[in-house]
Design a protein around this ligand. Structure first.
Ligand code: LLP
Length: 463
């Protein structure tokens, strides 16, 4: 089939003609600590456990597909970020990566703040007791109702994303008799080295106000004139799954030069800058993410140096990691169903979930890895593509990986590093029931988001 003959030509052609896989790993039973959460281990009998519980027991109790979230790992990552940035900076967890009431409580207990970007995320945060002043509200098209609610409950900051929103937020705050602390989100013109759809600081896109052409300076000018808002800082988010600190360096330099401009023009030093999230994690053994203390050190040094050069007091820094906190803490557990070997090509392994629980492979060409977790196997490695059960050939979970050749229906396999943007982007495609999220810690497992049921689906369908 020629590529142009089919709307999804390249992707479908690639399925059969291209492979991005490397050589099989030396030991298929080994679990690379880079991609698995901290308490995942192989037990002496060869099965895999998390938080001290074997996956077969988890599958029996909670079913598959299901996400298992390693609570100790999540909390440890929160502390690592908080400690790395210390008391002179704030860490806002980006709730879009994955949010539930249990997660909100863990964040609160571990001393993190929360970034929300919709009324739904705000409601989740508030219902689990996150103090409003520790919440930042984002979004390029917040509704009036969302703005009103955010101001009413007293969120710590609203991040303004457009000229229209500067006026809108100020008017609503005035109507409510409040003065709302705000930051202005600027686009600094950096092309982050990541997938086009998740890079956000170049100028040709919907988010933020460009530094270029003096637009951000004009936004500041307008914000400073309004009574309903108090401008406390400048925000920049350059993209996602970034490993190279160079993009943050350029962003920080440009944000600081705006602070200097503001000081020169208005005689005020804005007290805060937020450098956003976007720090990469290891999805496969090829990825080498930095540790939070390395990131904190690099960002602090860049900002301090640039501020010294500009004769500014160093502002309070904040960051918004989502994926880097929750991403590595969970895996998706699937049961193997149909196995279809294609002579000389690869073996298609179908699982009981798919693009409805992980859209990232289909949407961003994301790379994942997979392991047989219900038992050990010393069989030869076989090249597999893990696919879902949806009516679509792009329904791929893991494009290229190796599993043992004796894999059989009923085996449990797990895809690690699915804590971020998998459950939060899950869908009901084909009326799939979205899987539960189960938190595991110290030999105990508890559902924090339950599995959907057919009743849930039918409840929305009012006939
Ligand atoms: N702050 C802002 C303003 C953001 O827009 C985002 C992500 C974050 C923080 C958190 O970024 P993180 O540290 O999680 O990379 N669905 C895509 C990612 C979209 C990210 C959108 N904004 C994916 O699955 O890769």
């Amino acid at each position: 089939m020629s590529r142009s003959a089919h709307p999804a030509g390249p992707r479908h052609a690639d399925v059969l003609t291209e492979g991005h896989y490397a050589a099989p790993p030396a030991d298929l039973n080994a679990l690379d600590a880079k991609v698995w959460s901290r308490t995942v281990a192989r037990t002496p009998d060869g099965a895999v456990s998390v938080g001290g519980i074997e996956v077969a027991r988890l599958a029996e109790e909670f079913g598959t597909p299901a996400y298992f979230l390693d609570e100790d790992d999540f909390r440890a990552r929160c502390r690592a970020w908080r400690d790395a940035f210390g008391t002179d900076a704030d860490v806002f967890y980006a709730g879009k990566a994955f949010l539930s009431r249990a997660v909100v409580r863990w964040l609160h207990e571990e001393g993190l703040n929360l970034d929300v970007c919709s009324g739904g995320e705000l409601a989740t945060a508030l219902s689990a007791g996150m103090p409003a002043e520790r919440i930042a509200f984002h979004g390029n098209n917040k509704s009036e109702a969302e703005i009103e609610r955010a101001i009413e409950v007293g969120v710590g900051r609203i991040v303004l994303d457009s000229f229209q929103e500067i006026v809108r937020v100020s008017h609503i705050a005035e109507r409510l008799g409040k003065r709302q602390p705000v930051q202005i989100r600027v686009t600094v013109g950096v092309e982050a080295h990541t997938h086009e759809f998740i890079a956000t600081a170049h100028e040709d896109q919907k988010f933020g106000i460009a530094l270029a052409g003096g637009q951000a300076a004009e936004a500041v000018r307008r914000a400073l004139k309004l009574d309903g808002i108090e401008l406390i800082g400048i925000h920049s988010h350059i993209g996602s799954q970034i490993f190279d600190m160079a993009g943050f360096e350029v962003a920080a330099r440009r944000v600081v030069s705006l602070l200097a401009e503001v000081r020169d023009e208005h005689g005020i030093e804005l007290p805060e800058i937020d450098l956003g999230g976007g720090l990469g994690i290891a999805y496969t053994s090829d990825d080498d993410p930095s540790e939070p203390h390395e990131i904190a050190k690099a960002l602090n040094e860049i900002v301090t140096r640039e501020c010294e050069a500009a004769g500014l007091r160093t502002p309070r820094i904040s960051v918004e990691p989502g994926r880097a906190i929750v991403g590595p803490t969970a895996f998706t557990l699937y049961t193997v169903g149909t196995i279809k070997p294609l002579e000389t090509l690869r073996t298609y392994v179908s699982v009981d979930g798919g693009m409805s629980d992980n859209i990232r492979t289909a949407l961003y060409d994301a790379e994942y890895t997979v392991a047989l977790v219900s038992r050990r196997s010393d069989a030869e490695p076989m090249l597999v593509r893990v696919v879902g059960k949806h009516c679509e050939s792009g329904d791929i979970v893991v494009k290229d990986a190796f599993l043992p050749a004796d894999l059989a229906p009923g085996d449990l396999i797990a895809v690690p590093a699915t804590g971020a943007y998998c459950r939060s982007m899950a869908s009901n495609y084909n009326h799939a029931l979205r899987p539960p999220v189960v938190a595991v810690r110290d030999g105990e497992a508890r559902v924090i988001v339950r599995r959907e049921t057919e009743e849930d689906l039918l409840r929305l369908d009012v006939g």
